[in-house]
Design a binder for this molecule. Structure first.
Ligand code: BES
Ligand code: MN
Ligand code: ZN
Length: 503
């Protein structure tokens, strides 16, 4: 899909449909909306005053303009009350409008920032609009072979803007939004792809796509390398599967030599059956998405590269399946991690933290200024915070605040859970240093407490995305299934890091 920013007057712009967002409590039309209304002999006013359209958030109506204006249709979309306005509402509104346009089998549509009369910088507004349109139209279709002609795709979306300087700002923001959306698509595609295709080797192939870019180095390590280096926690999980594990390292040097490195670590269990501690059969298929953390950090570094962010990033992805089998690791086993510390296995279904333990230790080799790990780690986090929130735990207040700031800007919401001392008691083992589960109570937290043992002295934040990574229901700009959560959050975090440095 092409995103175009064109200089001109939206009231004179020819297109199949023009999207006009409208506040619920602003009755007066202004600017170009007023002009369009006048040209169409009061069409917009009529729809609003007739009560057909109130402007409630996500409400849409489509009207034909019958030649009165160059745009064939007006798509009114509600953005709620003016006082409650957020960019997140705009993302949702434009996604909803775009899906409506697609359902009408149209190939192209347009809008103007002039309709959104709010006190927001035009760049941010444009970015939210393009993100909404792009992310909302996502479809995962590579495995559909019949009636492919019924798959509808919009080819072009144009933002029309009169002022020259605004055109420049909007163009660069639209471009940024396009890059970020592409990365989210990349992540969603990986997560949607079934486990028989998106194997650890498959993930390494995806990493190769990122590594085609400038200033990116990829290393893919195999099990022999893991063995030689002592990544026995990761290898323990991989033991039950015939599918070989991979340790994927992607480095992006966008900053100066010697600038601090940010390490992004992503859980990548390409299928989590639970292993010998087998999961119930119901919805087990959804555990193909247990690599969403790894996919998110890969998407984030891809966007960072394409946005040419001036930061040094290393992405670490321990990728493996978790299956039961004759050679599988078992409850009661003790594994010696890369850190040298030993782990007693209570449940083979608490596998993500084992793979992350070794990856977090390995991250220390880069002497990172920050480590952020992203993982579909615990069902307990979903119980604590619900489907739509990322659980945050960590050791560094400044880093946590940076993540919170990025969350506020992107609306990928995070909420902190405590990592107090007493939680650490719960993961002490009788025969080894730690055990890999701390019981049902505080499950998201004891998982993070476990991870903290392998981080070393570096500032670290853990993001549990078990809730939002895979959606049960459609949301305005996220179809059900893979959400790509984490990508926008991390990209914003890296962008802000680049601007403000360590503070
Ligand atoms: N991948 C799961 C966590 C998960 C659950 C993600 C639901 C998304 C949706 C993880 O490996 C797991 O199985 N965790 C266990 C830990 C338990 C055995 C301590 C859990 O949450 O039940
Ligand atoms: Mn598991
Ligand atoms: Zn898992």
């Amino acid at each position: 899909m092409k995103f175009i920013v064109k200089k001109g007057n939206i009231a004179e712009f020819k297109s199949e449909a023009v999207v006009i967002p409208h506040f619920e409590d602003v009755k007066e039309l202004k600017g170009k909306a007023k002009l369009l209304d006048k040209k169409s002999s009061g069409l917009i006013k009529e729809i609003i005053s007739g009560g057909d359209f109130e402007g409630k958030h996500l409400q849409v109506t489509v009207t034909h303009t019958r030649g009165s204006i160059p745009a064939k249709r007006i798509v009114l979309v509600g953005i709620g009350k003016k006082a409650d306005f957020t960019l997140e509402k705009l993302r949702g509104a434009y996604a909803t409008a775009a899906k409506q346009v697609r359902s009408l089998k149209l190939k192209e549509f347009s809008t103007s920032l002039d309709f959104v009369s709010i006190n927001q910088p035009s760049g941010q507004t444009a970015q939210a609009i393009v993100e909404g349109v792009s992310l909302g139209l996502y479809q995962f279709t590579p495995f559909k072979t019949v009636e492919r002609d019924k798959i509808r795709e919009i080819k072009e979306f144009t933002i029309v803007e009169e002022k020259d300087e605004s055109c420049i700002t909007i163009r660069s923001s639209a471009k940024a939004a396009e890059i970020i959306s592409n990365a989210v698509y990349f992540t969603r595609d990986m997560v949607s792809t079934p486990g028989n295709s998106m194997t650890p080797t498959g993930m390494a192939e995806e990493a190769r796509k990122v590594a085609k870019r400038k200033n990116v180095i990829l290393k893919v390590f195999d099990e022999a390398w893991m063995k030689k280096n002592g990544m026995n926690a990761l290898l323990g999980v991989a033991q039950g599967s015939n599918e070989p594990a991979r340790f994927i390292v992607l480095e992006y040097k966008g900053g100066k030599q010697g600038d601090p490195v940010i390490a992004l670590v992503g859980k990548a269990i390409t299928f989590d059956s639970g292993g010998i501690s087998l999961k119930p059969a119901e919805k087990m298929g959804e555990m193909k998405s247990d690599m969403a953390g790894g996919a998110a950090v890969m998407g984030a570094i891809m966007a960072a590269v394409d946005l040419r962010l001036k930061v040094n990033v290393v992405v670490l992805i321990p990728a493996t399946e978790n299956l039961p089998g004759g050679r599988a690791y078992k409850p009661g086993d003790v594994l010696r991690s890369l850190s040298g510390q030993t782990i007693e296995i209570i449940s083979t279904d608490a596998e993500g933290r084992l793979t992350l333990a070794d990856a977090l230790t390995y991250a220390g080799r880069f002497k990172p200024a920050a480590i952020v790990d992203v993982a579909t780690l615990t069902g307990a986090c979903v119980i604590a915070l619900g489907d739509n929130v990322i659980g945050m735990m960590g050791t560094d207040d400044i880093l946590k605040q940076k993540i919170r700031n990025a969350a506020a800007k992107t609306s990928e919401r995070v909420w902190e859970l405590p990592l107090w001392e007493d939680y650490h008691e719960l993961i002490k083992s009788d025969i080894a240093d730690y055990k890999n589960t701390g019981g049902r109570a505080g499950g998201a937290i004891t998982a993070a407490a476990f991870l903290s043992k392998f981080v070393g002295k570096y500032p670290w934040v853990h993001l549990d995305i078990a809730g939002p990574a895979w959606l049960e229901k459609d949301q305005p700009y996220m179809p059900k299934g893979a959400s790509g959560v984490g990508v926008r959050l991390l990209v914003q975090f890296l962008k802000d890091w680049q601007k403000k440095g360590k503070n």
